[in-house]
Design a protein around this ligand. Structure first.
Ligand code: PLP
Length: 446
């Protein structure tokens, strides 16, 4: 055993009355996209207002901010098609319609994701089946395979916290079982897996432009796909008058007329998930800033990860693509929930912004345990649809049905990362982590 460190060499932890490691100001905002809002977004919105046309389909494609946003998003993702919609939830709904999920289908979703992933499945009358997460806190491919039934139709892997799922293993499973894939990329805008954008690995990908995501338009979303049929189905569903606008386009000679007949025949009911030109203008300017944000967050995460290696008893998160992930959050696991709380409290006392994630009492809607309306099968319909439509096939949901997910979530300490952390601030966070690590070593020795 090494005994070279005298017991009083580590400075007193702030939690034990010592001085705080972090003395410099914390970032003014921890939000990613919103803190980049500047002249570009403001001018773009003003231009839309001055045009006095806020509706995308009464403009030529070349004059529409929404269309320009779609084109740039498709290009930056390397996807053939992009459809802008008005939220991440509507992107999921349109994506599910696009790939062909129907009422009664089972759709496998991870037990750790925002509740909207499950809600989108239910909105179509399909049934969410919960899958455990692995040490990256994304869908565990082995548990996915175990949860497949003859009624399974599709899988929604969710790239939580900007971390790509184990797509190779997941696609191996979906190919073996003939399942469709819609990637939920709401938290992973700009992430790549093996140098290819997330959202292009499955049959389609869904993104969110809500305020807490990498880039934002206040609200908004995008569906991307390389499959023209999937795109057409999603586009038709996103607008109850889609055929009408496209026929108008055709008359003015705009748009791909050869494809028109094909999708006109399959036109079905649509709703309204359109994005406005005002939102499109903001989204377009934010998109141009996306990769700059991620270059910074990734660099910061590397430094924090290195510092965390010193924490005794900690295990780093699994990372399925170190270079491609967004770098917007960092997780590590302790051996027990109590240790996770002890570490997180010590770090917080030093001024580090971090925390544990699972609590029975705090209703965090990102963990299935707190998906009350799913677990309790509440429905907006008088007849209880879809829970009542085929009772013999409806699963039982319980709060302990995904114990590995609860175990991982309760042992995790998660650090927030934003591009707004100054170099000095990052230095001090690293110092704080090392200081607490040293304190933990000292405390385990006495
Ligand atoms: C935010 C989010 C959604 C929903 O996006 P909205 O734009 O809020 O509708 C879906 N899935 C995940 C993983 C999310 O984080």
């Amino acid at each position: 055993m090494k005994t070279s460190t005298p017991p009083n060499s580590s400075p007193t932890l702030a939690i034990n009355g010592g001085e705080r490691a972090i003395t410099t100001d914390a970032p003014e905002s921890w939000l990613l996209g919103p803190s980049e809002i500047g002249k570009e977004e403001i001018d773009a919105v003003v231009r839309v207002l001055e045009s006095k046309r806020l509706f995308r389909f009464l403009k030529n494609r070349s004059d529409s901010s929404v269309a320009q946003f779609e084109d740039l998003f498709a290009e930056m993702s390397g996807a053939k098609n992009a459809l802008a919609v008005n939220s991440g939830t509507s992107a999921l709904i349109c994506g599910l319609v696009g790939i062909g999920v129907s009422q009664g289908d089972e759709v496998l979703v991870p037990a750790y994701t925002y509740i909207a992933t499950a809600a989108a499945v239910l909105a179509l009358g399909a049934i969410p089946i919960l899958v455990e997460v692995d040490d990256s806190l994304t869908m565990d491919p082995e548990d996915l395979e175990r949860k497949i039934t003859p009624r399974s139709r599709a899988v929604v892997p969710v790239h939580m916290r900007g971390m790509p799922c184990d797509m190779e293993a997941i696609l191996g499973v979906t190919e073996r079982h003939g399942l469709l894939v819609l990637e939920d990329c709401a938290q992973a805008n700009g992430a790549t897996y093996r140098n290819r954008a997330v959202g292009t690995w499955g049959n389609a990908g869904a993104f969110s432009l809500q305020e807490f995501k990498v880039i934002t338009a206040g609200e908004g979303g995008v569906v991307i796909t390389n499959d023209k049929d999937v795109f057409n189905r999603a586009a038709v569903y996103h607008d109850s008058a889609y055929a009408f606008w496209m026929e108008g386009r055709l008359k003015t000679g705009e748009g791909a007329s050869t494809e028109l007949d094909a999708w006109k025949d399959m036109c079905f009911l649509g709703e309204n998930y359109r994005l406005s030109e005002v939102h499109g203008a903001i989204a377009l300017e934010q998109l141009k800033k996306r990769d700059r944000i991620l270059t910074r967050t990734r660099a910061i995460k590397r430094r924090l990860s290195a510092a965390c290696a010193a924490i005794p008893g900690s295990q780093p998160e699994k990372n399925h693509d170190v270079d491609g992930e967004c770098g917007i959050a960092l997780a590590l696991f302790m051996e027990s929930p109590e240790e996770a709380v002890r570490l997180s409290e010590a770090l917080k006392a030093e001024g580090v912004v971090c925390g544990t994630r699972f609590s029975r009492d705090i209703p965090d809607r990102h963990i299935f345990f707190h998906w009350d309306y799913v677990l309790e099968k509440r429905s907006p319909h008088r007849n209880g649809f879809p829970w009542t439509s085929n009772p013999s096939h409806i699963p039982e949901y319980t709060k302990d049905m995904c114990p590995k997910t609860i175990d991982r979530m309760s042992r995790a300490v998660i650090f927030s990362i934003t591009q707004n952390m100054s170099d000095t601030y990052v230095d001090q966070v690293c110092f704080a982590i090392e200081k607490v690590a040293g304190g933990f070593i000292a405390s385990t020795k006495t």
